[in-house]
Write a new protein. Structure first.
Lengths: 224, 224
C-alpha cells in the first residue's frame, strides 16, 4: 500500500515533467511558426495544446484521489498541493505558446514580426524554451541551484522585453500600429511564459527548502 | 471538533469572498485612476494589492492545514482544493487591476486612454467590477444561475475588446504607436480579468454540480 502510494506520487511528478517538456517544445515550435509564417506548424502547435490540457486534468484528478485515499500529511501533502499549483502554471504556459502560434496563423501568409525584431523574438523564444526545459529539470531533480539559474534567464527575458518596447516607441518605427500591437502582445506572451517557468521552479524550491521565494515579479519592463 | 472544522471551511469561503470583493473594487478604482489620470488613486490601488497577496497566502496556508488536520474526503476535499484554485484566480485578478493602475501612473500627468476610447474602457472597467462582484456572490451563495449570468457579461467583454482592436486598426487612428500599445495591453488586462471572474464561477459550479464547465475560453477577439 505504502509503496503504491509513493509510486503514485512519483508518477504525478513524471506527469508534471512531461507537461513541462510539452509546453517547452510548444513555445519553441510556436516561435518558428511565427518567424517563418509557417501555417502548418502553427496549426499543429494550436491543436497540440489539447494534450497539455488533458494532462492537467488528469494530474489534478490523480492529486485529488491521492488526497482522498492516502490522506497525506507533512511533506507528502505539500508535494501534492504543489503539484496542483505547478500543473496550473504549466497549463497556462501552454496557452501562451498557443497564443504565439495563433498570431502566426492570423497574420499568415504575412509575417507578424518585422525583420528588425526577428533576432530579439528568436532569442525570447529560445530563452523561453530553455527556461521551461530547466523548470522540467528542477521538477525532476528538485535541484535548488538549477532553480536559481532560472532567475538569471528571467532577467535576460525582461531585458529583451524592454528592448522590444524601446524599439516600438522609437520615432523611427515605420511598421504601423497593427504590427506594433502584435509585437507588444507577443512580447508579453514570452515574458509571462518565462514568469510561469520561474514560478514552477520557485514552488519546487519552496517544497524542498520550506522557504518561500519572493512573490513572482510579474512586472514587465513598462512597469506593468 | 466537527463543528470547528465546518467553521474553518466556512471561514475559508469568507476569505475568498473578501478577496473577490477587494479585487472587484480594485479594478473599479484602477479604471477611474486610468481615465482621470489620478496618480494618488493609482498609487493606492498599486499598494493595496499587497493585501490581496497576503490574503491568498493566508487562505492557502489554512487550506493546507485543513487538509493535514482534518483529512477531508468527498465534497469537503473538493471544496478545499477548489478554494486553492479560486484564490489563485483572484490573486492574479488583483495583479491585473494593479497593471491597469501602473499604466495610469506611468503615463501621468497624461491620460493613457484617448478621448474616443474612454467610453469603451469605462464600460470594460464597470463590467469587470460587476463580474467580480458576481463571482463573489457565486462563492457566497453557490448559486449556479448567477454563474451563468457571468458568461453573458463575458461575451460583452469580448465584444468591447474586439471593438478596441477594430478602433486601433482603423486607418483613421491618429494617436500614435505608444497609445495604441497602451490601449491594446489594457484591453487585454480587462479581458483576462473577466476570464478569471468566469473561471471562479465555473469552479464553484463544478463543485456544486460535479459538472466541469468547458475550458475557460482564453481566446481574445484576435484569436489570441
Amino acid at each position: 500500500m505504502r509503496e503504491a502510494y509513493q509510486a503514485e506520487l512519483a508518477s504525478i511528478n513524471d506527469g508534471l515533467v512531461e507537461m513541462a517538456n510539452l509546453v517547452g517544445s510548444a513555445i519553441g515550435l510556436a516561435t518558428t511558426a511565427l518567424l517563418d509564417a509557417d501555417l502548418q506548424l502553427a496549426e499543429s502547435v494550436i491543436s497540440a495544446d489539447e494534450q497539455v490540457d488533458d494532462l492537467q486534468r488528469d494530474l489534478e484528478n490523480r492529486a485529488i484521489t491521492v488526497l482522498a485515499r492516502q490522506q497525506p500529511v507533512a511533506t507528502d501533502l505539500r508535494t501534492v498541493v504543489t503539484s496542483l499549483r505547478i500543473s496550473a502554471d504549466l497549463e497556462r504556459s501552454g496557452d501562451l505558446a498557443q497564443h504565439v502560434a495563433k498570431l502566426a496563423r492570423m497574420r499568415y501568409p504575412e509575417r507578424a514580426v518585422p525583420h528588425d525584431l526577428r533576432r530579439t523574438i528568436l532569442e525570447m523564444g529560445r530563452l523561453a524554451q530553455r527556461m521551461m526545459a530547466q523548470a522540467a529539470e528542477v521538477i525532476l531533480t528538485q535541484d535548488v541551484k538549477a532553480a536559481l539559474q532560472l532567475e538569471q534567464d528571467d532577467d535576460r527575458m525582461d531585458e529583451l522585453h524592454r528592448a522590444i518596447f524601446q524599439h516600438l516607441m522609437d520615432d523611427r518605427w515605420h511598421h504601423g500600429v497593427e504590427t506594433a500591437v502584435d509585437v507588444a502582445l507577443v512580447g508579453r506572451y514570452y515574458e509571462r511564459f518565462a514568469d510561469h517557468a520561474v514560478s514552477v521552479a520557485r514552488r519546487v524550491v519552496y517544497l524542498v527548502t520550506g522557504e518561500r521565494a519572493d512573490d513572482l515579479p510579474t512586472d514587465g519592463p513598462r512597469g506593468m
